[in-house]
Design a protein around this ligand. Structure first.
Ligand SMILES: Cc1ncc(COP(=O)(O)O)c(C=O)c1O
Length: 400
């Protein structure tokens, strides 16, 4: 399965059954897993390579940690930089996107009174980080309210452009927003910010492996991405990419490599397990064997088809136009109150009564189910979700 490149038929009749047998993944076989976007999922193949790294590390922990890891981490970054469209000497490996965002925000020299603009689609942990930064450094954080369910890129670009007309030091923008699953019109947003002299930090947590990515062409000053999500690297593998002219900085955890500069300083930040980072090349190889660009397109098509199927089954609406969606989609949940306790209770019933793992959340005053589509998912998974939701949602509206 992995060796044959997938030819994606663009017609309605494309084969959207699972592309990769579930037995090749570590997910509980009794689960229908529709929440890849949250924390990725491990394939047995990449996990085996990570296990080999751990055996090698522990065979001589001193030599590996003091000497060998430094060059090996630099080597692991080379294919990743090529894959995401940047240069290895401008890409630092970090443990996760949150750590990457923290390193950028603390490293780029924000001062009291500087204004940071972000949006209402920002990820909760990053909102907290910005709030903390505001309190500690007395920077001004302006969260711009964007429509929860925009009908096109203009609905995003117009309010952002207006917000950035006021003096601003930094725009923090998601490439793919977590709560809405929307793919932001990133190239236009960066253009709009740069036209006003505003530097841009992109939270691209979901993009590597979901979208075709060319970070240098996008041109943001700083771009943070995760490898454990859509590239299926082990957990503990993420990166910061910086543009050729952007400010370089040290890691938050300054350690033995201090003075080596960006990105080398990031290769020694205390004693840690680098096996996930070292397994990135294997995750990239798996991604390529599953079809690369074809896999990404197939996953987007599957998510789009699944969203239509579920929206029709339950009488919900899909968040955002298809052109602004990737391999995730959110569908409104008729009859479910926009309260966290209600969406969590629904997710718990899906998990325990139907063995379906999927994210149910409140965003913009509406309850949504956010589905994901990766290689191990097929159309039948979403038919199972549609049937389960029809049973669990209150009211008659969806019982046609
Ligand atoms: C948009 C966004 N930013 C940041 C994160 C945090 O990623 P991590 O948990 O790997 O630090 C996520 C994770 O879901 C996300 O969706």
């Amino acid at each position: 399965v992995h060796t044959a490149a997938l030819t994606v038929a663009k017609s309605q009749g494309a084969d959207l059954s699972a592309l990769s047998p579930r037995s090749e993944w570590m997910i509980d076989p009794s689960l229908t897993y529709l929440n890849h976007g949250a924390f990725g999922a491990a394939s047995r193949r990449v996990r085996a390579v990570q296990d080999d790294w751990r055996v090698r590390i522990e065979a001589n922990p001193a030599a590996f940690t003091m000497y060998e890891q430094f060059d090996l981490l630099a080597e692991a970054a080379v294919p990743l930089a090529a894959f995401v469209g940047t240069a290895p000497n401008r890409l630092a490996l970090v443990e996760n996107a949150t750590a990457g965002m923290a390193a950028v925000l603390s490293g780029i020299g924000l001062n009291a009174g500087d204004r940071i603009v972000t949006t209402s689609h920002v990820y909760g942990a990053i909102r907290n980080m910005l709030t903390h930064l505001g309190r500690e450094r007395r920077v001004i954080v302006d969260e711009i309210a964007l429509p929860a369910a925009p009908d096109g890129p203009k609905a995003i670009l117009a309010p952002l452009g207006e917000a950035l007309d006021q003096p601003t030091s930094l725009l923090v923008i998601d490439h793919i927003a977590s709560p809405s699953a929307l793919v932001m019109p990133l190239a236009e947003i960066i253009e709009l910010a740069h036209a006003r002299g505003v530097a841009v930090l992109v939270d691209g947590s979901h993009a590597p492996g979901m979208l075709d990515l060319d970070i240098d062409a996008l041109g943001a000053e700083w771009y943070v991405g995760n490898c454990h999500k859509w590239l299926c690297a082990p957990k503990g593998a993420a990166f910061i990419a910086i543009s050729p002219t952007a400010k370089r900085f040290s890691p938050l955890v300054v350690s033995h490599a201090y003075g080596a500069g960006f990105p080398a300083e990031f290769r020694k930040v205390g004693t840690r397990d680098p096996s996930a980072m070292l397994s990135i090349p294997e995750a990239l190889a798996l991604h390529a064997d599953l079809g690369g660009a074809n896999l990404r397109q197939r996953n987007r098509m599957l998510a789009a088809k699944a969203a239509e199927m579920i929206a029709e089954a339950i009488g919900g609406t899909i968040l955002g136009p298809a052109a602004m969606r990737g391999a995730m989609a959110s569908i409104s949940l008729p009859g479910i109150p926009a309260e966290r306790s209600a969406t969590e209770a629904l997710a718990a019933r899906l998990r325990t009564e139907h063995r379906i793992e999927v994210l149910c959340l409140v965003f913009g005053g509406t309850a949504w189910v956010r589905l994901s589509a990766h290689a191990y998912n097929g159309e039948n998974d979403y038919a199972a979700l549609a049937a389960a939701l029809k049973q669990l949602l209150p009211g008659e509206a969806h019982r046609t």
